[in-house]
Design a protein around this ligand. Structure first.
Ligand code: ZN
Length: 266
């Protein structure tokens, strides 16, 4: 099986972060905060968060903050939205810098963070079924309400997402796509049915989507890489306990040590 080209992926992410005039940066201009979450979480999963200047990142995040509403814009000078506020809080969690937030101000959103913001976040990015399943299962897991789900029936539908090439799709008759490794696997873990998936075949599919020379992961083999699929590819491997990748929390979409740090402090 191909190896995870971790060093190349780290280099790719750091380069995308710095190259503000690249095509990818321009395309992501309005969702730069989401891009920061995808890229920086990947770095943390690969034990390389120190490759970026934490103070610089936190300063930039706070420059997207709108004190009057308590929300964050997708970039400096952009209107606040619940979608970017979630990414801002997640990145601040990575750096253990929630102290820079006026928690009371963001608190109105904060209570909903695990449900509504997460819903908005993922619904905006992709409106397909597996994404919706993740939003529902994640919200139920966080609120301790998973008993409302028929785990065997949902587990069966989710496992049916595995295609012949080992990758997962979002709904029947669609091609496999690396990002569903996250949506489907995280849901299966939350309902305790992840052992129904052929993990080895899925890991092979993700690893075959790597640009082993220049770093980055694409949606499917031989396509152009992007930061979104790089994140979801590494996150998928994390959920399958791939060696050298930090374990991730399937509901909060953050490395497990970050989530534990936050909740232990509460
Ligand atoms: Zn995708």
């Amino acid at each position: 099986m191909a190896e995870l080209a971790a060093d190349q992926h780290v280099r790719y992410i750091v380069t995308v972060e710095k190259k503000k005039d690249s095509f990818e940066s321009l395309v992501m201009e309005h969702i730069r905060l989401n891009g920061a979450y995808w890229g920086l979480t990947t770095l943390d999963l690969l034990h390389k968060l120190h490759a970026v200047d934490a103070a610089e990142v936190v300063d930039w995040i706070m420059s997207c903050y709108h004190p009057e509403s308590g929300g964050f814009g997708g970039n400096v000078g952009h209107d606040p939205h619940v979608l970017y506020t979630l990414s801002a809080v997640q990145v601040l969690c990575l750096f253990d810098r929630l102290d820079v937030l006026d928690i009371d101000k963001v608190a109105d959103c904060q209570m909903l963070l695990d449900c509504k913001m997460r819903m908005d976040h993922f619904l905006v990015i992709s409106g397909v079924k597996s994404t919706l399943v993740f939003c529902c299962v994640g919200a139920l897991a966080i609120t301790g309400s998973l008993h409302h789900i028929d785990r065997d029936l949902l587990g069966w539908w989710l496992c049916e997402r595995q295609c012949k090439d080992g990758g997962l799709n979002g709904r029947p008759e669609k091609l496999a796509d690396v990002c569903y490794s996250w949506w489907v696997l995280s849901s299966l873990i939350m309902i305790d049915r992840v052992h129904w998936i052929d993990k080895e075949k899925l890991a092979k599919f993700i690893l075959n989507c790597q640009d082993k020379e220049n770093g980055g992961i694409s949606d499917r083999p031989d396509n152009a890489v992007d930061i979104y699929h790089t994140y979801f590819g590494v996150a998928g491997l994390s959920l399958m306990e791939y060696p050298g990748v930090k374990p991730m929390d399937p509901a909060y979409a953050l490395p497990l040590d970050v989530v534990n740090r936050i909740f232990l402090r509460k």
